[in-house]
Design a protein around this ligand. Sequence first.
Ligand code: ADP
Length: 499
Amino acid sequence: MSPGRSLLLGVDVSTTATKALLVDDRGAVVGVASASYELSTPRPLWAEQDPELWWKATRDSIAEVIASTGVDHRAVEAIGLTGQMHGLVLLDESGSVLRPAILWNDQRAAAQCDEIRERFGLEELVRITGNDAFPGFTAPKLLWVRDHEPEIYRRVRQVLLPKDYIRFRLTGEHATDRAGAGGTLLLDLATRDWSRELLEALKIPAEWLPPTHEGTAITGRLSSGAAELTGLTLGTPVVGGAGDQAAQAVGVGAVVPGVVALTLGTSGVVFAACERPLSEPAGRLHAFPHALPDTWHVMGVMLSAGGSLRWHRDTLAPGVEYDSLFGEAKRVEPGSEGLFFLPYLSGERTPHADPFARGAFVGLTLKHDRPHLTRAVLEGVAFGLRDNLALMRKVGLDSVGQVRISGGGARSPVWRRILANVLGIDLVSVETSEGAALGAALLAGVGGGFWPSVEAACAAAVRLGKTTRTDPNSAAAYDPIYRRFREHYPAMQPLFRAG
Ligand code: ADP
């Protein structure tokens, strides 16, 4: 690291750890550090965290990344924030935290979701916010506090998202970014600001919510107290940043309409940038503002993508390396000789918003052996991802120019080839391990004036890898097989529901 080079800091307040990542002004990652914490489950299906844990982990991870890279902390010229979406942080008049934060994966607010849906009707709710009401979203959780902890509710003066609590500790400002605000269920998707209509109907005071900003806008500057605690320079700008999904998309360069980011991790995420707000009338896709102005995104989530393969390995091939499973699967013909796998091991979110959906092998015969089962799992996940993309096209995503793929499963050339053929689209691998924190640092770089636009920041920083090309013959062979796959879920749905 040459002396005097400017640095940008991305801070990712995730569910398991807070990460601090440094990028230089040419887009190269200089270092990353993280400090982890626990999640508490005071009752089944609840998930809470003390915001103080995030603040301590923010300070620790910043200190560690500075120490481990040996950079001068005064070189950090802008800070970007990202983190777990939807979490509810409540502050009182004095800025003190009123109760532990209720997180995105907390399921307690189902009745409040029903209340919101009944009040507006699903179609109207999706028209305003782009989304259906999920218990994980912020608004239903706020109504849960109203219903179950009225003493606390009376004292609420400010509602923040997790990363915005860190912003508050860094700058003293109440502010949020529009991509993250989309996950509250209180944002008007088209205007990218709080929905008066929703706030009035739910009787949530507008002054409880912080001003919204674009991801690259400066929302405040490092306070003297935070400068002293972190060693960073007083007055360093802190930009809006983004919720983790949008920041992750910035980290892989999915910022231009037509570029789709496909993450093949434990879950599978299909994320498409678009130039107008798109939403799915039944709310089966998530629709939020993107981290850059005049851009939105739609997103589908498959709950068990890489997770299906891991289950398969752990259950049917314990101790076998993933690479040898892929080697076996490669020798099986597309379609696994009539064997199908339904990847709904944890229920499903997209395209079937169905907690009762279940996994299944369909079409087993005596000729099928483990390689067939493995290939069927890889194909079943690929078909599920194609379902996601098909739903996005149905609601108006007209151009899919490039698909950028990342996540653990994307390391396998065999799985990538199956996916490229099932989707009928070439896949470009993206080398990223800390995508969301990188995205936040890039947004900071644009806000701090180091790059003229998010596209320019991505062009400098995002490292593209191999392209996996579609083979037209295999792609054509998969079309009728995919249509067969599509028939299985509706046929089995009543059985799943019956248990
Ligand atoms: P997470 O989403 O939990 O961060 P990752 O992005 O690391 O997880 O992806 C984990 C998934 O990657 C595993 O469930 C498995 O399906 C897949 N995987 C793990 N190792 C390999 C490998 N060597 N080759 C291909 N896929 C792998």
